[in-house]
Design a protein around this ligand. Sequence first.
Ligand SMILES: Cc1ncc(COP(=O)(O)O)c(C=O)c1O
Length: 425
Amino acid sequence: MFDPYVIRQDFPILGRSVHGKRLIYFDNAATTHKPRQVIDVLVEFYTKHYANIHRGYHTLSQEASELYESAHDVVAKFIGASSWDEIVFTGNTTDSSNILAYSWGMRNLKEGDEIILTVMDHHSNMLPWRKIAAIRGARVKYVDITSDGVLDYADLEEKVSERTKVIAFPIMSNVLGTINDAKRIAKIAHSVGAIAVADGAQSVPHMVTNVRQMDVDFLLFSGHKMLGPTGIGVLWGRKDLLEEMEPFKVGGGTIEDVTLDNIVWESIPWRFEAGTPNIAGAIGLAEAVKYLSKIGMNNVEKYEKELVKYTFDKIRELGDEIDIYGPSDLSLRGGIVSFNLRGIHHHVVGMLLDTYGVAVRTGMHCAHPLHYRLGLKGTVRASYYIYNIREEIDVFIDALRDIIKRRAEFGGGFSNIDSEKCTSG
Ligand SMILES: Cc1ncc(COP(=O)(O)O)c(C=O)c1O
């Protein structure tokens, strides 16, 4: 097992304070901080090797191209892909989802087809499929959750049919923390000839990922949620499926040849990486992957589960004052704890926690349908990563206890902040 106290020394931002208190960063599901190793590799790239890729025979362009290409390989190995060219670099998970829904959907969906999503999907892996469904005349169905916040597999079995062409789902819910059984869902999809699209935005940063073992067809995730820079994401696809897809975003870099009346698309993955890509982002992501691999994703998962267990043990001390969402069986959840304090608006709780130095996310976390399904206007979400420690959870729980004591000062009177806006979740 790794030592989180040693890990913390790699993260310069953890040295800062907020409102005179030591920063406790529990907003990792929104985005994570960057270790010095990732920051350094970006500085090194920009100061020593920077140039555009695949566009010149000069030394800098060759060096940048090599670094960018090898980043594909590093990421491919990290998720158990068969080869480097199954990795398409995108802007983020949202971008991956849009590229996939249009590139695959325009070719493969027709009127009467069905797409199955889940009520726990993040908007990023829900709206692109809804949009392409509307364009192609396909129908969308939603798999429900059980009262314990687990995906309702019986409902999925009932909704799937020969008309199903896509099942898209999150491997881990960004609100409930629920870890879904990707292999089981992929098996159900394949039993009717549908593709299984796994949103790994919350799972790839936190647990071992092996696309071949899960047997899914596509996987999407974001670099910024796993210690990498912003603006870099991944769309992994099974090679045969990627090869038969035409790109949705087109332009420079996507073609092998163009005449005024013909286009020959470039081979994968370049066909899907239109324009000058986020070269530095990809190199930074590769460094983040190397950093995580050194720790071992098994260790990351195990450690975060320990933090969640510790939180649950401590949070019980708050008694009836708190409602926690998601599976009560902790083995079914990752490092996310969403809750509400009774009688205090979630945004108020978030603002107050900030005064104790604790950064959490509040709102609907880009999962409005899930909140409506739960009958909630929002939640407070604490989400952990490798640099969080038990002492921080102690401060967090003490702060909640304090806020509860002071509830009379804050309860009610905040109806003007009911409206929710989705930024990133
Ligand atoms: C489950 C899930 N899917 C997709 C996304 C979208 O990620 P991004 O904003 O990096 O595109 C998020 C991020 O918040 C998420 O939690």
